[in-house]
Write a protein that binds this ligand. Structure first.
Ligand SMILES: [Cu+2]
Length: 185
């Protein structure tokens, strides 16, 4: 592998904090995955455990408009991601994760924090700080507060090379508030 070649590739394909943030991806209509929520709007906490290579629970049900606090804990022995998106955004994100592995930013059970903060030129870095995602070393626990604003079918997924392919993803089923009311009658 040619190191300088990889560096050029990284600069050409920047990993900005906003690339995959809500609303900034695609044509502006297609992939509305919701938006970062406010702690004061949280109606429910969902605990998610990550193992090698699967999640518990395997699927999540939310109501459109609901703000959920996800408490995500990595109980595996490898680095894992919990990322809320569509199959398309996950596919795009997998290219970035592949690059992070190729650069040694993700090394099996470890994250190279120094390298994540390294300046790649043009203000870009390999920071992994999208609001819809957390990337955790074994034993780490982090939170995401997310408001589900559309009925787009979504998935939570780990995009580290090989993990999604081995089944590390689950459905986010978004119900409309009316459905919930009907079933409560
Ligand atoms: Cu994983």
């Amino acid at each position: 592998m040619n190191a300088s070649k990889l560096f050029v590739a990284a600069v050409a394909m920047p990993l900005t904090a906003t690339t995959f943030a809500a609303g900034s991806h695609g044509d502006g209509h297609g992939s509305d995955i919701g938006e970062p929520g406010h702690a004061s709007d949280v109606s429910r906490t969902i605990e998610v455990q990550m193992y090698d290579n699967y999640y518990e629970p395997e699927a999540i049900e939310v109501v459109r408009g609901e703000t959920v606090r996800f408490v995500v804990e990595n109980k595996g022995r490898l680095v894992h991601e919990f990322n809320i998106g569509t199959p398309d955004t996950h596919e795009a994100h997998r290219d970035e994760m592949k690059m992070m592995v190729e650069h040694g930013v993700i090394q099996g059970g470890k994250l190279n924090e120094d390298m994540m903060n390294m300046e790649m030129g043009n203000g870009h870095s390999m920071k992994h700080d999208d609001p819809n995602s957390v990337l955790l070393e074994p034993g780490q626990k982090k939170e995401i507060v997310w408001t589900f604003s559309s009925k787009t079918s979504m998935e939570f997924a780990c995009n580290i090379p090989g993990h999604y392919q081995s089944g590390m993803y689950g459905d986010v089923n978004v119900e409309s508030p009316a459905d919930t009311q009907a079933s409560a009658d």
